[in-house]
Write a protein that binds this ligand. Structure first.
Ligand code: ARG
Length: 415
């Protein structure tokens, strides 16, 4: 009987390189390494070669930038998904796609397990495991780093003993993850939420102090909520995101400092760099302000929150997501137009927006000639609008001001 096979999510770093050998030994399985390009700016072919040198029986690398953009980044943009109002969810969006591709590869190669290098403390293990359990419950899940519980020194000893290439360059003091939609940085000195992130935490964004002294304007065109052009030129969304990461990053735009609530119960201080995502969210929201009705805008904030929690919590492949998407797609029907933003020393400011579906009507808003707004209707409207409050005041509050103050009832019963 041939040896069992496992698909390992392989980054080329120390953890997953050690994992190749460790799984070989501990589980007696052939390890097939899987690496993908989500726009993290690495040479995936070089990583694939390293996997083979490290002892993988086979190694697969593929470019997923278009799938990642079309099926993950853009829907999250359309939904206005910023976790806790801040984090554009780059890492969280990548996990379900990577896990799905690994499941497909396992089925193709006849593997009985998948493996990843997540620790037991973060959200990423949840996203991987839940996706795999959802898409193919027959697959075994192996998480070496969660299982071996080594210190860094023990891991290095193991690597040395097994002739595993350890990069000569000193390992980053931070734990990072990156793709097209952003870069996540955590650990090290960042664990103190009072400490300002040191300059070396950032790689994609300029320090605003050294950013250009002249602002730069960009125009982003949207159709039904999706970006379709940059500075008047129609472009593939992957190119738009990649270019915006460069342009906005140069101006120091896209730095985020967030003490976030992890799914596993702890608060964690995270730094993000997401130049393109921040600019796109800002621009997209402005087209929404112009084209969505007041009710649609308000309701959309609930949906944005539900959508971002769904992504963060690893529940991408759910019927609930499909339901939310139905709303988002419908709600984005008229979100087309162009937004102009100015990038300057860490700031991204909206300076203009236009849309053929604009609900901003000059003939209603103007104080100048051509006003079609019926001001005489305002008085009656105000009377009716305020009626319940003026009634309540007259019969309660104005009669007895003291009854308006109250003690807070305790929620804790006495002993
Ligand atoms: N806290 C973020 C999330 O859960 C980012 C995690 C990034 N991982 C890392 N190794 N830095 O989505």
């Amino acid at each position: 009987m041939s040896r069992k096979k496992v698909i390992l999510a392989y980054s080329g770093g120390l953890d997953t390189s050690v994992a190749v050998k460790w799984i070989n030994e501990t589980y007696d399985m052939d390890v097939i390494c899987y690496t993908c390009d989500l726009g993290q700016g690495q040479d995936i072919e070089a990583i694939r070669q390293k996997a083979l040198r490290t002892g993988a029986s086979d190694a697969v690398a593929e470019d997923l930038r278009a799938l990642f953009t079309d099926y993950f980044c853009l829907p999250s943009l359309m939904a206005g998904a910023l976790y806790e109002g801040k984090y554009p969810l780059a890492t969280a969006l990548g996990r379900p796609l990577i896990a799905q591709r690994m499941v497909l590869l396992a089925q193709e190669k006849g593997a009985s397990a998948v493996a990843h290098g997540c620790t037991g403390k973060g959200n990423d293990q949840v996203r991987f495991d839940v996706t795999v359990q959802t898409l193919d419950p027959s697959l075994q899940i192996i998480a070496p780093v969660r299982e071996w519980k080594w210190t860094r020194t023990q891991e290095l000893e193991y690597a040395l003993k097994h002739n595993i290439e350890v990069e000569a360059t000193k390992k980053s003091i931070y734990s990072t993850d990156q793709n097209l939609w952003g870069r996540s940085i955590e650990a090290g000195i960042l664990e103190d939420p009072w400490v300002e992130p040191p300059a070396d935490a950032f790689q994609w964004t300029a320090d605003p102090r050294t950013a250009p002294n002249e602002p730069e304007e960009v125009e982003i065109g949207f159709e039904k909520g999706r970006p379709i052009s940059l500075n008047g030129v129609e472009k593939d969304p992957v190119a738009i995101i990649e270019e915006l990461n460069q342009i906005a990053g140069r101006h120091g735009v896209g730095r985020i400092d967030h003490v976030e609530n992890r799914l596993v119960g702890i608060k964690s201080r995270e730094i993000y760099e997401a130049p393109a995502a921040i600019v796109l969210h800002e621009a997209h929201r402005e087209i929404e302000f112009l084209t969505l009705s007041k009710d649609a805008l308000r309701f959309r904030t609930y949906v944005s929150q539900a959508y971002s929690d769904m992504i963060y919590n690893g529940l991408w492949f759910s019927a609930f997501h499909q339901d939310l998407m139905a709303f988002v797609a419908s709600n984005q029907r008229y979100v087309s137009g162009v937004a102009r933003v100015k990038l300057f020393k860490g700031h991204c400011m909206i300076t203009g927006r236009k849309s053929e579906h604009s609900l901003y009507r000059h003939e209603l808003a103007t104080y100048e000639e051509g006003d079609q707004y019926d001001s005489s209707a305002a008085q009656g409207f105000i009377k009716i609008h305020g009626l319940s409050q003026t009634t309540q005041a007259k019969h309660q509050m104005l009669k007895d001001m003291s009854s308006h103050r109250m003690e807070l009832p305790s929620i804790i019963p006495p002993k």
